[in-house]
Design a protein around this ligand. Structure first.
Ligand SMILES: [Zn+2]
Length: 272
């Protein structure tokens, strides 16, 4: 797919900014732009840079962007923005031109809004039944000028501390994927992958305390337990503290730890 992409407004006309959050739309959306572009290209899509770098006016900036989209024959035009109001408004919404001109745009916008909602952002009041979409506006330049289906993505409110609470701790890659997965649903959201990558790759397994099997003897027989639970592990240690003794494996790949833990049931724990 060939995607026309714009991040915010322009160097000369930066759009929204806020002293409350310290955000300005231009720098936030340029960072998002770069990450959206990176992910799209990694999955084989072509991104046409529809930013305006030397605009003389707001109109010029808008026209430069949409002209690049149309001249390059893009399949879809995505314009990334931040809303601003009074510090108390919050959440996400997408806009498209109208229903008939843009069924692709509507589907993509719905998916983007859904992704932002699932990530925790409040979806702006619904209009015509799609939460997170104000849906139609025939006057916005970014929606009416491009020949391709076009979407304005109002990611969050630039001046909302509530939005910032979710936006700031999320990685740029994950934020980008909220948009990218809406454009191409075959591109995964970061959600599962990032959880996986946060899990350490190695760990070790410990048992609960060993029972003493013989009266009047304080040793515990361990060969049986080692043969059964740890049969293909090279090194298993006996450790102790003031309460008792337990078995502990060497460092192992996380998959192996899980396999042993499964066998041990509630008697085992994985430590990292
Ligand atoms: Zn804007």
């Amino acid at each position: 797919m060939k995607i026309g992409l714009r991040g915010g407004h322009s160097e000369n006309h930066k759009g929204a900014s806020s002293d409350i959050t310290g955000y300005d739309e231009w720098s936030q959306m340029q960072e998002l732009y770069r990450n959206v572009k990176t992910v799209l290209e990694a999955y084989g899509h072509t991104v046409i840079d529809c930013n305006a770098y030397n605009s003389s006016s707001i109109n010029d900036e808008l026209t430069q962007g949409t002209s690049k989209a149309t001249n390059n024959g893009v399949d879809i035009f995505i314009s990334l923005h931040m809303n601003a109001f009074n510090g108390s408004a919050q959440g996400h919404e997408c806009w498209i031109f109208d229903e008939n001109r843009n069924t692709i745009a509507k589907d993509v916008a719905k998916r983007i809004a859904k992704n932002f909602g699932n990530h925790g952002f409040k979806l702006r009041p619904e209009n015509n039944g799609v939460k997170g979409m104000k849906q139609y506006n025939k006057n916005y330049h970014d929606l009416k000028a491009p020949i391709a289906p076009a979407i304005i993505v109002e990611t969050i409110f630039c001046d909302s501390l509530e939005d910032k609470k979710i936006w700031a701790p999320t990685s740029w890659d994950e934020l980008a994927r909220l948009v990218v997965n809406g454009i191409d649903p075959n591109i995964p959201l970061m959600l599962n992958d990032s959880k996986k990558s946060k899990e350490p790759s190695e760990g070790y397994v410990v048992t609960g305390y060993l029972d003493k099997q013989l009266k009047n003897y304080d040793g515990a027989e361990v060969a049986g337990a080692i043969r059964y639970y740890f049969k293909d592990i090279d090194r298993v240690y006996i450790r102790s503290n003031s309460i008792g003794m337990w078995l502990e494996t060497q460092l192992l790949p996380m998959d192996k730890c899980k396999e042993i833990k499964e066998l041990l049931g509630s008697w085992g724990k994985i430590r990292c």
